[in-house]
Ligand binder design. Sequence first.
Ligand SMILES: [Zn+2]
Length: 384
Amino acid sequence: MIRPTLLDIGSTERFLAGLNDWVAIESPTSESAAVNRMMDKVEAGYAALGARCERVPGRDGRGDHLIVRAPWGEPGQKGILCLAHLDTVHPVGMLARNPIRSAGGRAFGPGINDMKAGGHAVFAAFRALREAGATTALPLTFVYVADEETGSVTARAVIEAEAQKNQYALVLEPGRGNGAVVTSRKGVAMYALTVHGRPAHAGGGHREGRSALRELAHQIIAIEGMTDYGRGVTLNVGRAEGGSAANVVPEYARCTIDLRVPTPEDASEFDARLRALRPVTPEVTLEVAGGLNRAPYRKTDRPDIAALFEHTRALAADLGFALEDLPDGEKSGGSDGQFCVPYCAVLDGLGPYGGGSHTAEEWLDLATIPRRGNLLLHLLQTLA
Ligand SMILES: [Zn+2]
């Protein structure tokens, strides 16, 4: 294939002016009207550049999701998906505590790092293509999510549907530490264990009672005992409850289990072990519900992800910087990128970055704007 003329993302000043307009619209996940104002702003920007925009109406108190498509590409052709969220963890009013300003090579504002800068990088890359009259070899789809900070409960199906139509998913979460991208993440599974015992009066009927809480105590020890740091598998019982009154043998008890695993095989194995839990107390029953919420992946198991990273690293080297990755997934939490992993090659943490996410000192390193902006633009131009 003919190597396309690689474009430039444009000046940092222009990028920052546009980004600050986005940061100025406070958009906490829980305020759907505020998130929708944010989506309106972004949609208008794309529409003015000739993109096709689609809104997925919000539900369950969340805002709308926005899907943007470039006006080129063959129907049915698998392309590139860029993923960003426009909700933030900050309540309305945080803008007064962390006002929009730049100083010492940093730009400040709520949500600027996590992750309006990444979302804006997608917009700036698309604008650079349009202003140059350029297209890309693959179709482009951009998804802006409204509820990532509360687990993308309403966005998940939207993300999965778009991931199935694409070959690559580029996730614009901020780069880690000194800009590393994420090529592995642990799987996250959530379970609930419910114990049914037999209630009885704690005085007169104690012998006939079967305590669900006592049984749960046995089970919590067994569950946490499955943790295997050597294999990178952890189980955490984060909440437990049960019983009804001090003088009643508890009929009911329940706990939640958070399971983290490095591989799909580990997920299956520990799923089976949890479902095989048996009561220690006679006549008590256990019920295990739940399963994998975010799939694990590792670059070492996924040649397509390894190849995407190597391609990206070569583009970074051409731009004059060394790109590293976090290959073991050990320190990273969950991400929307994991919803795409079953369907396409995912590269996460591609956005510009700074620090102080989720705090009143959130900031963005201005030097990362041209670096990461151009890296994304060149990825869009060269992936085929
Ligand atoms: Zn984020």
